[in-house]
Ligand binder design. Structure first.
Ligand code: SAM
Length: 225
C-alpha cells in the first residue's frame, strides 16, 4: 500500500480525492490518503500559522514551526516530501510515474505568499510546479499531482488503461468515439467498424500524430517519423 499524507491548512478542500477511482483504490487498501491539518501543530496560542515576511512586501508567509512539527509527526525513514510550488520542477507524466514508486509520500501545501524558506532548507523536499501560473494555494496542485501519480500505482486502474494514453509515447491520444454511430449528422469514422485491426491501428497512430503536431509539436521527437 502507498501511504500519502497531505499537510494542509484547508483539509476540507480535498473531497475530490475521495471520489470515483481514488475512492475505490482507498477502499481496496491500494492507497491510503491522510489529511493532516497543519494548524493542529501550531504552538501559537491563537493557532496562528502565518506571519509577515521579513523582506517586506505584500501578503503573509506560512511559518516554519507548525509545518516542521506536522512533517515530523508523520515522517519515516522511507518518506519522500513533496512541496507544490511555482518555483519547482514542472510536473509531467514522467515525474508522475517516478513519484508513484515511493511507499510514503508527504505533501506540504503552501498558501498565502508561500512557505518560510527554512522548510525547504531543513527537509530538502521535491519541489513541483504544475505550470507557469500562480494559484492561491498548494491544495489544487497537490490534488492534481496525487491524482496523476495514483493512476500509475498497480491496481488503481484496470489493466491496459495506461496503454496509448496521452504522453505515454511522447504523443497525444487519438480521438475516441462511443455510441451512437451518428449524432445529429456527426458520424464516427468508418474505419473503426471495418474489423481490420491493422487499419484501425494505422488510423489511431496517424490521428495521434496529427493531434500532437497540431496541439503539442514540442512533444514530437526527431525520430518519430
Ligand atoms: N509567492 C509565490 C511565488 O511567487 O512563487 C506564490 C505563492 S502561491 C500564491 C501560494 C501557494 O500555492 C504556493 O506556496 C504553492 O503551494 C501553491 N502554488 C501556486 N501556484 C502553483 C503552481 N503553479 N504549482 C504548484 N504549486 C503552486
Amino acid at each position: 500500500m502507498v501511504k500519502i499524507d497531505i499537510l494542509t491548512l484547508f483539509p476540507e478542500a480535498f473531497s475530490a480525492l475521495n471520489t470515483s477511482i481514488l475512492k475505490r483504490a482507498q477502499e481496496k487498501d491500494i492507497i491510503q490518503i491522510n489529511l493532516i491539518n497543519i494548524r493542529d501543530f501550531s504552538k501559537n496560542k491563537h493557532k496562528k500559522c502565518d506571519d509577515t515576511p521579513f523582506s517586506g512586501g505584500a501578503g503573509m508567509l506560512m511559518t516554519v514551526q507548525p509545518i516542521y512539527d506536522a512533517i515530523m509527526s508523520v515522517k519515516q525513514d522511507n518518506s519522500v516530501i513533496i512541496i507544490p510550488t511555482p518555483t519547482g520542477e514542472v510536473f509531467n507524466s514522467k515525474l508522475s510515474k517516478s513519484l508513484s514508486n515511493y511507499e510514503h509520500l508527504i505533501f506540504v501545501c503552501g498558501h498565502y505568499e508561500g512557505i518560510d524558506e527554512r522548510v525547504y532548507e531543513i527537509f530538502n523536499p521535491i519541489q513541483v510546479s504544475i505550470g507557469d501560473y500562480v494559484l492561491t494555494g498548494g491544495e489544487i496542485p497537490c490534488m492534481a499531482i496525487v491524482d496523476s501519480l495514483c493512476r500509475f500505482i498497480p491496481g488503481v486502474l484496470s489493466k491496459d488503461s495506461l496503454n496509448d494514453e496521452s504522453f505515454s509515447n511522447d504523443t497525444l491520444e487519438y480521438p475516441q468515439y462511443t455510441k451512437p454511430k451518428n449524432f445529429m449528422g456527426y458520424e464516427v469514422p468508418e474505419v473503426l467498424f471495418s474489423g481490420n485491426h491493422a487499419e484501425i491501428e494505422k488510423w489511431k497512430k496517424m490521428k495521434s500524430l496529427e493531434k500532437t503536431l497540431k496541439n503539442r509539436p514540442d512533444l514530437i521527437k526527431k525520430d518519430t517519423f
